[in-house]
Every structure is written in C-alpha cells, then in structure tokens.
Design a protein around this ligand. Structure first.
Ligand SMILES: [Mn+2]
Length: 429
C-alpha cells in the first residue's frame, strides 16, 4: 500500500518551483526583519498549526433544493479517510479528521484507526447526529431530540450521544461535539424555558458519561432547520448551558451560525474571558449559514478571529481551541476546496502572528484608533504566501497543492472504483 499521491510527482513539481519559493521567502524574511520579526520563528509556529477536516466535507454538498455529486464520491468512511489523506499529504495543514456518527459507522474501529495512522491522520472531536432520523429508529426527531417533549425521544438522543463517546474512545477522540436542530417554526409552538430545561436535563446525562480528559463542545446556531427559534440559539444560551453543565462543557463557535453583521471576534473574546471557548468551525458566509469556503468572502474577518486568539495565547491565557473546517462544497471538488480552505485558515493564523502586539497595546492605551487599526491592516496585508509554501515544502507536501492534485489524476483514478453517486434530492451533505 502506498500513499494516494505519487511522492515522485510531488518532488518533481516542487523541484521546478522551489528556487523561486526560497528567493521569495528570503525577501519576505528581510521585510519582516525590518519590523523586528524573525521569519523562521513564525514559520515554526505555522508548521505546528493544524485544522481538522470533517469526514463529511470530502463528499459533495448541496442545498435543500438539490445536490449535484461529482465524480468518485467516497462510498464509506475508509474512502473518506483516503481523501483526507490526499489533503494532508499535499497541503500539510490538516493532521486530524472529525467523524460524524452514524454517517461514519464501521464494523472495525481498530482497522479504521490503523488506516488513519497510515495516512498520518489522527481523530479530532466526534460529532453526534440527532437532527435527522436513521432507518429503524424508534422515535423521530422531527420535533426535537435532547429537548423533545417526549421523554423516550430524549432518552434515545442521550443514548446516541453516549454511543458516540464510546466510539470516540476507541479511535482516540477527546471531545464530543453536540449540535441539535431543536427549536420551533411558529411563535407559540414551543415553551422556550421548558425546552431549554429539557435540553439541560438531557445534556447533564451526557456530561456525566464524559471520560475525565474529554470535553463536551456545545455548538449554537441561530436558525435552521428551525426557523423561528432554536434551543441553543446564540452564544448566550450556549454559555449558560456550558456554565450550568460544568468545566468540561465549552462553547463551540461556527462562523456561519450568527445573525448577519454580528461581531464574532468579540464573542470569542467574551468566551475566552469566561474560560469557555471550545473552538471553531471555519467557513464563510454572505447571507446566512451559507457554508462557503473559509475566507472566500471575508478574509479580514477570519484574520480578526485569529488576531484575538493569538493575542490571548500571547497574554498567557490557558486555552486549547479545537479547529475544524465546516463547509459545504457544492460546485468544487471537495478535496481542492478543503486544501484551499485549510491554507486560508493557516494564512490568517500566520498573519495574526505578525501583528506588532506592543505597538498595538500602546495605541490602545493612547486611544490612537488610526494607528491601532493600521497595525492590524499592516499584518493582514502582508503576503505570507512564500512562508506557507516553505511550510509545505519542508513538511513533504506540495508547493502548489491544487495544481499537483490535478496533475496526479487522483479523482479520475478513484472514479473507476467508486460508482457514480445519485444526484437529485436535497441535503447539505
Ligand atoms: Mn459547525
């Protein structure tokens, strides 16, 4: 068994470009040195950065109207893992995979762990699903899961989360991500406070089953599938629930799960102050939870998120955010989108490392708004491309992951063994 992309192809393509990359890197190093920044130190920090790939992200996504699958769609979790292996082999920024149960259920978790090891991948948080019904399920989630009015439905949803923890333990996960679609579509449909209380009662049972070194990550969402109210609607509800549950419960921020124009970097600052920031789901949006590729519309906002995280780390806050891409690839090859998005997230992190923190502190103390905002812009407008290319080159990846991927013919190759997927019906994944 060999890695999915031929190593000699990667090396040949890198050889053709590496002289230019080293020259560009040296030039960027000179520019940064004039600003008092050692480029090699930044490069080492960026090389240690990783963002998880959601297993469902390697399949073509869709909207509630339709899905248009591409060639060679993954058939099962082992195919998904192989596609994640391609992403990590070429882009070197995604060392972990986040599984989703029951979509990724398999009969031998040990075998799956071995396959992940072969690709140099580990497993990040495990995701439960009580927002859709599975074949043979006794109770429907049409009207909710953890907060359902019916006790037996709530018990079934709790039981599913306990199963996710058991599976997670077998593959080396350390966190359970809980997002529920619970809510209402009509004013008056749901008693807001009672629904929240029922959610808490169920969540407490899940929390009680967490292993000592695990975290429970609560993901809020303003709407969809419930379009009038959701039980864990915003960071306020999420923070209340996390505080009531205990120290192992924290709040997960998905960039697409807010009202338009909400200041997300401020939310994360508040969650950091409360020691409740679990991590992030990265994507981008224009109108709502559009699940666009990270940084494709608002790269500055992505940078501002990392600016807060880097500042908090530098100021000595003890936190360990889990990062994951969570987006829907409807019109692109998901492997290309995920590589590009991981690099975009990595780019934002690198740019945030370039902010002159001492000068920013001084500008803030002096109420010099223009200088403060200029310092952020200076970091954001620095083209760190050569630095990211060097990180990939040093890590055995591709200087240009998308071009190398296209040259490898991987998609056509897997399409020969993976049957064409049916299109038509809606569904985000
Ligand atoms: Mn998410």
């Amino acid at each position: 068994m060999t890695l999915p992309i031929d190593a000699t192809l990667i090396a040949a393509r890198n050889d053709a470009e590496q002289r230019a990359v080293r020259s560009d890197y040296a030039h960027l190093g000179e520019q940064l040195e004039r600003r008092g920044i050692q480029i090699d130190q930044v490069r080492e920090q960026v090389a240690r950065f990783g963002v998880a790939i959601p297993s469902w992200g390697v399949g073509t996504g869709g909207t509630r109207f339709a899905r248009f699958p591409g060639q060679g769609e993954p058939r099962h979790v082992f195919d998904k893992l192989q596609d994640c292996g391609v992403i990590q082999q070429l882009a070197r920024a995604t060392p972990t995979v986040s599984l989703h149960i029951p979509w990724d259920k398999c009969s031998d978790w040990g075998e799956l762990r071995e396959a992940a090891g072969f690709h140099g991948l580990g497993f990040d948080a495990i995701n439960s699903n009580t927002f859709s019904d599975q074949p043979g399920q006794a109770h429907s989630y049409k009207f909710g899961s953890l907060s359902h009015t019916d006790a037996a439905t709530r018990a079934q949803a709790v039981e599913h989360n306990l199963e996710c923890i058991e599976i997670g333990q077998q593959i080396g996960s350390k966190a359970l991500t809980v997002w529920v679609g619970d809510g209402s579509n009509f004013p008056g449909q749901q008693h807001f406070r009672r629904a929240f209380d029922r959610y808490l009662e169920s969540a407490r049972q899940i929390y009680a089953a967490l292993p000592g070194d695990w975290r429970m990550m609560l993901e809020h969402k303003i709407c969809e599938p419930a379009f009038y109210s959701t039980v864990i609607q915003d960071w306020g509800s999420s923070l209340m629930a996390a505080q009531l549950l205990g120290p192992k419960a924290q709040c997960l921020v998905d960039l697409g799960h807010h009202a338009p124009n909400v200041n997300i970097e401020l939310i994360l600052a508040r969650l950091l102050s409360a020691d409740k920031l679990a991590g992030f789901h990265f994507n981008d949006s224009k109108y709502g939870d559009d699940d666009l590729d990270a940084g494709s519309v608002s790269p500055y906002r992505l940078f501002l998120v990392f600016n807060e995280l880097v500042a908090a780390a530098k100021e000595g806050l003890a936190f360990d955010p889990a990062y994951m891409l969570d987006q829907s690839h409807n019109v692109t090859d998901p492997i290309e989108s995920l590589m590009t998005s991981a690099i975009q997230v990595q780019r934002s992190y690198a740019q945030a490392l370039l902010v002159d923190r001492a000068a920013l502190d001084a500008a803030q103390e002096a109420n010099d708004a223009l200088t403060a905002t200029h310092l952020l812009k200076q970091a954001f407008q620095t083209d760190v491309t050569p630095l990211l290319q060097r990180v990939r080159l040093d890590g055995g990846g591709a200087i240009d992951p998308v071009a190398t991927y296209r040259a490898s013919g991987y998609r056509n190759r897997v399409a020969q063994t993976r049957p064409a997927a049916a299109g038509g019906g809606g569904g985000i994944v």
